[in-house]
Design a protein around this ligand. Structure first.
Ligand SMILES: NC(=O)c1ccc[n+]([C@@H]2O[C@H](COP(=O)([O-])OP(=O)(O)OC[C@H]3O[C@@H](n4cnc5c(N)ncnc54)[C@H](O)[C@@H]3O)[C@@H](O)[C@H]2O)c1
Length: 341
């Protein structure tokens, strides 16, 4: 028997990669997604990679009836909760939309889990919960003080998960704080497919490389870092997906508990270093310009991944060049993302 794992937001970037990792580990992903930022094509691609197409229920996590019907129709061993809106800038312009979807959606999902007696959850949190600490290496026991509505929503959900676990025995919960997920499955069949101009660095670079965008804009060349550009912790999306499977196994095999874990490589890489690593992989230079810093950005941060290594025995495996090569394979094969299908 292959346990069914409900994957909310499973048609999205990280969720589709998690489906591949779940299938490889012997689980059956069942996807619930309203497709507001994704395409069902990603799951057809999962079939081409894994031989299994995850079943898709097109519904919103705020739809209590749809959730009850889903939990009534089959036993669900655990939930991986990826569904959410994720653009920091947009969250500042539309905070209520973000809190309704992300916080309200999580409340609705948790209530449905409670009704169904499903008490194992892996939640997509984010390094944005830390805010702007004075040290660059973020550790889970540091104070969280997020500085935008997106990050505050993630932090609210983390706190809500703590309240829930304290109020009722039996919950197994892991909040995974991602650093900067990049790259794609090495097949080039699934990858990041942002709508409009990408918010994140890697899809921006790959879209410049295929000629969809004229030049990379590097926000700030005067940060107090070695080359003046901002430093982040880039994690290959398959490492991230495997981290979820490790967390799932851990939760299912141990006594009820609540975990908060950073998922990152522990290495800081500057924007220019990532650009140069990518240029090395594709064998040519890309146009880029240094522009003003973006409001709300910080100079440098990366994960302390010690706790995830100690608790899960998980650490990142893929290096910068694998991450660039895989992102490039995906973009080259799908210059316009899933719209090319
Ligand atoms: N990509 C990143 O840089 C990053 C970093 C840290 C945390 N995260 C978190 O990881 C999760 C997945 O991110 P991603 O990059 O795969 O984003 P994504 O937009 O590709 O995937 C999110 C999926 O959730 C779906 N969705 C959104 N709201 C929904 C709702 N109300 N009901 C049902 N489905 C809904 C979308 O259609 C999409 O398929 C998000 O919660 C995000 O906040 C992402």
């Amino acid at each position: 028997m292959s346990p069914t794992i409900l994957v909310t937001g499973g048609a999205g970037y990280i969720g589709a990669h998690a489906c591949v990792a779940l299938i490889a580990a012997g689980y059956t992903p069942l996807v619930l997604d309203n497709l507001c930022n994704s395409s069902a094509e990603s799951l057809r691609r999962v079939r081409r990679i894994s031989g299994v197409e995850p079943r898709l229920i097109v519904a919103d996590i705020r739809d209590a009836q749809a959730l009850d019907a889903l939990f009534a129709a089959q036993p669900v061993a655990a939930v991986m909760h990826f569904a959410g809106l994720k653009a920091v800038g947009e969250s500042t312009a539309a905070p209520l939309r973000y809190h309704d979807n992300n916080v309200g959606g999580s409340v609705a999902l948790l209530q449905a889990m409670q009704r169904a007696g499903v008490r194992t959850l892996i939640f997509s949190s984010s390094a944005t919960v830390y805010g702007e600490p004075s040290v660059a290496q973020f550790r889970e026991d540091m104070r969280c003080d997020p500085v935008n509505p997106y990050g505050r929503g993630k932090w609210m959900i983390e706190q809500m998960l703590g309240d829930l676990a304290a109020s009722e025995p039996g919950w197994r919960i892991a909040a995974l704080r991602y650093f900067n997920p990049v790259g794609a499955h090495p097949s080039g069949l699934i990858g990041e497919d942002p709508r409009g101009v990408p918010d994140n660095l890697m899809p921006y670079i790959t879209q410049v490389a295929v000629g969809r965008l004229p030049a990379l804009r590097v926000f700030g060349g005067d940060w107090p870092t070695a080359d003046g550009s901002g430093v982040r912790d880039y994690i290959h999306v398959m490492d991230l997906a495997e981290g979820h499977v490790a967390a799932l196994r851990h939760l299912l095999e141990h006594a009820p508990q609540r975990l908060t874990l950073n998922l990152g490589s522990g290495r800081g890489t500057s924007v220019l270093q990532l650009l140069h690593a990518f240029e090395h992989v594709i064998g040519r230079a890309l146009p880029h310009e240094i522009v003003a810093r973006r409001p709300g950005d910080i100079a440098a941060y990366w994960a302390d991944p010690t706790r995830a290594a100690a608790v899960l025995g998980w650490r990142t495996q893929r290096d910068l060049s694998a991450l660039c090569a895989d992102a490039w394979r995906w973009q080259q094969a799908n210059p316009r993302g899933y719209a090319d299908a």
